[in-house]
Design a protein around this ligand. Structure first.
Ligand SMILES: [Zn+2]
Length: 233
């Protein structure tokens, strides 16, 4: 059966002519060829012209990367989920973006990633101060230094006496947690080995005293009924 497919743009609704290729919108719900969403050259041109990026700001929280894009025409796309693709040097977002704009976005991403890298904490040394306070000497990868940064924990939150950027605070919290964990480990290691548990009868309710463990233990034992499933001591 031969059918015809009119070249009608799915965006502007105009009938158009085509040269050597057609633009169409990806659509996984399309059931048959006639459902294909064609896009005319004019709409493609308009779309490419629209996607002139004026500014892009990346943000990462809990390993989720988002980007807020401002176009030259003033349109703002806020906090879009996005994925940088190193092999194609582009950034893919939920919005349809022309390849040229995806590349531009990638340049913004590289700048963001470099800055983020430089803000990582390279060194952090702790000193115990008076009144239960601590101080930290911090150096970032980018060479920023924070000397004798006094901090303390209050109501479960780490607080510094001077204002520091968020990335320093985040790094400090992580470093201090691992410092505390290490302290704990060292103090446990330096304690004498735990004594053997005393043979104190356990409350009966904690043990299975039902039948069904064979003949039970009749040679001495643990507990009144000598039916300790773990055998006698
Ligand atoms: Zn069109």
């Amino acid at each position: 059966m031969i059918r015809t497919l009119p070249l009608t743009c799915s965006r502007c609704g105009k009938v158009f002519t085509a040269q050597d290729h057609l633009y169409y919108q990806d659509d996984f719900t399309a059931q048959s060829f006639k459902d294909i969403k064609l896009v005319c050259d004019d709409c493609i041109r308009e779309w490419k012209e629209k996607w002139q990026i004026d500014h892009a700001e990346f943000h990462e929280e809990n390993y989720v990367l988002t980007v807020t894009i401002t176009l030259k025409d003033g349109t703002v796309y806020k906090n879009m989920d996005c994925t940088p693709m190193e092999d194609t040097e582009s950034v893919v977002t939920g919005e349809d973006i022309p390849p040229e704009a995806q590349h531009t976005l990638y340049e913004y991403y590289v700048t963001f990633a470099q800055k983020r890298e430089s803000q990582q904490i390279k060194d952090c040394f702790f000193t115990k101060e008076a009144e239960g306070k601590m101080s930290a000497d911090i150096t970032t990868v980018g060479g920023e230094r924070y000397d004798k940064l006094v901090f303390y924990v209050e109501d479960g939150y780490l607080k510094t006496e001077q204002d520091v950027p968020d990335y320093v605070m985040d790094g400090l919290v992580i470093a201090y947690k691992s410092y505390l964990a290490q302290e704990e480990m060292l103090s446990t290691a330096s304690q004498p080995a735990p004594r053997m548990p005393q043979r104190k009868p356990m409350p009966e309710s904690q043990w299975n005293t039902g039948e069904g463990y064979g003949s039970g233990n009749t040679t001495g034992g643990f507990g009144r009924h000598n039916r300790n499933p773990f055998g006698g001591f």
